[in-house]
Design a protein around this ligand. Sequence first.
Ligand SMILES: CC(C)(COP(=O)(O)OP(=O)(O)OC[C@H]1O[C@@H](n2cnc3c(N)ncnc32)[C@H](O)[C@@H]1OP(=O)(O)O)[C@@H](O)C(=O)NCCC(=O)NCCS
Length: 170
Amino acid sequence: MIVRDARETDLPAITDLYNAWIPTHTITWTETIETYEQRAAWFVRQRREGFPVLVADDGGEVAGYASYAHFRGDGKWPGYLQTVEHSIHVREDHWGRGIGRALIEGLVERARAADIHVLVAAIDGENEASIRFHARLGFVEVARMPETGQKFGRWLDLVLMQRILDSVRP
Ligand SMILES: CC(C)(COP(=O)(O)OP(=O)(O)OC[C@H]1O[C@@H](n2cnc3c(N)ncnc32)[C@H](O)[C@@H]1OP(=O)(O)O)[C@@H](O)C(=O)NCCC(=O)NCCS
């Protein structure tokens, strides 16, 4: 398994990974399945902004992906420019093999090179697996915001976790 930059040919697999839990779980706070075209437009934006999209390539198959982008306001607030919010999805049949860790460490490397100081994970409060995963990767819970979202007709809590990359200066 290697972690590498995503290519356009990876986008169908990335779209499937993103959509996988939408109909049944609250991991992502939407009930709308994303189209390939929307994902392709996202990929163009990521490239334009210089934000990474990494995939875990397992013998030519995409086993997971991770990316980050602006934290709050799509770049509107200069004060947040050294903080990013990431997203990570690993294929269920590949869980527990260190792929998530490799993807996060790949993002951290890119973030350091880009002078990013803080990585933020915004996690559904019901997603215990992700909260424990991020804690293992050095993220600290800094906020729990009750009833800030909703899906399937119930309120959801948002958990914010962050990892400070202390090698980076303002
Ligand atoms: C969360 C997720 C990314 C973890 O990926 P993974 O490849 O299984 O994680 P890894 O095998 O690299 O695990 C890394 C560490 O996290 C821990 N971990 C992973 N899943 C865990 C779980 N469900 N419960 C407790 N610890 C867990 C591992 O034990 C491991 O610890 P160690 O390296 O210190 O031994 C994956 O389960 C996933 O994609 N879930 C669905 C999508 C999702 O929730 N994304 C995050 C949205 S905020």
